[in-house]
Design a protein around this ligand. Structure first.
Ligand code: NAP
Length: 107
């Protein structure tokens, strides 16, 4: 059965995303708002998510909330990246290259 959504009958919506096991997504500004919701959807599909966040304390709180929802095995981590500081972006990028073996998409 074809369902209509605000995005049209063939629109890209979370319930039309299949398994993302084995995929790794990097998301900036994922402590809250759109980045946090994108993280939730990707984790619900089995993806690994690396959050690139400005505030480590809020990142730990976000991860605790995600592990509460998806279980302690949820594959979510964070690397500190303040997008307003280019030096911080560079050092975070170096940390990503060191720690993340595969990147399927940057959001
Ligand atoms: N085109 C559209 O239709 C549309 C619609 C909605 C939103 N947007 C855009 O999408 C983005 C997110 O919106 P939102 O509503 O989810 O915003 P939000 O709830 O305010 O979330 C912003 C997130 O970005 C992080 N952030 C802010 N400044 C940062 C920086 N310098 N470095 C790293 N992270 C930073 C915040 O982290 P902290 O926890 O450190 O504060 C927070 O987690 C915004 O740019 C908004 O304008 C576009």
């Amino acid at each position: 059965m074809t369902r209509n959504t605000p995005f049209g009958p063939k629109g890209w919506t979370p319930d039309r995303i299949g398994s993302l096991v084995g995929k790794t997504y990097l998301i900036t500004g994922a402590n809250s708002g759109a980045g946090f919701q994108a993280t939730r959807i990707l984790l619900s599909k089995g993806a690994d998510v690396v959050m690139l966040n400005r505030n480590p304390t809020r990142s730990e709180a976000a991860i605790a909330a995600l592990q509460e929802e998806f279980g302690p095995a949820a594959n979510v981590s964070h690397i500190r990246m303040d997008l307003a500081e280019l030096a911080c972006v560079r050092s975070a990028a170096a940390e990503v290259l060191e720690k993340v073996p595969q990147i399927d998409a940057l959001i």
